[in-house]
Design a binder for this molecule. Sequence first.
Ligand code: S3P
Length: 197
Amino acid sequence: MQSQVSHEPHLSGIFLVGFMGAGKTSVGLALARYLNWAFEDLDERIERLERRSVPEIFRDSGESEFRRAEHAAVRSVLAELEGGAVRVVALGGGAFVQENNAALLKAAGVPTVFLDAPVEELWQRCSKQAVEAGTERPLLGTINQFRDLFEARRKHYLQASHKIPTEGRSFEEIAAEIAETLGLKRIEIRTQQGEVE
Ligand code: S3P
């Protein structure tokens, strides 16, 4: 008799992947709100664990040290999910490109969602965030470097379990599509008066 092995992912964690400017944090927050799950930005976990900012890690210790810290952070978040935590996690733009992280996430069976957008739109968003919010991205570089890095990485992002096009769409729309794609229902929170929030 053939054994029936279930390959259903356990859905206590959803990982958003994609290039810089893909909207991983904004979509992650919208998705967490939609599902009433907790949200986490992996870069913030790295900064907490390392007690310094991402630009500081790059500047003082280099990219390879950042990748080591990033891998430790992926491991620790997965350990928490295995312990029962429920979370939407936004990964930094390079995390899923590292084979060791991609392999860990695949082995854990958690959904990984690639937020896809044309490189021109990603560049526009990152440039705008740099000017308006002072967002510092150590690997931003020039438009040509940005495009080359995007092209080298895209095949890795395409290894994610799901791909969602994001061009010209609102964060809420994208979040709703992710929930629907993963077969997750919106959680409505009722206030004491019985109103739906
Ligand atoms: C990186 C992207 C950043 C951050 C770090 C490295 C990358 O995150 O993890 O600067 O390699 O693309 P965002 O994608 O949130 O900008």
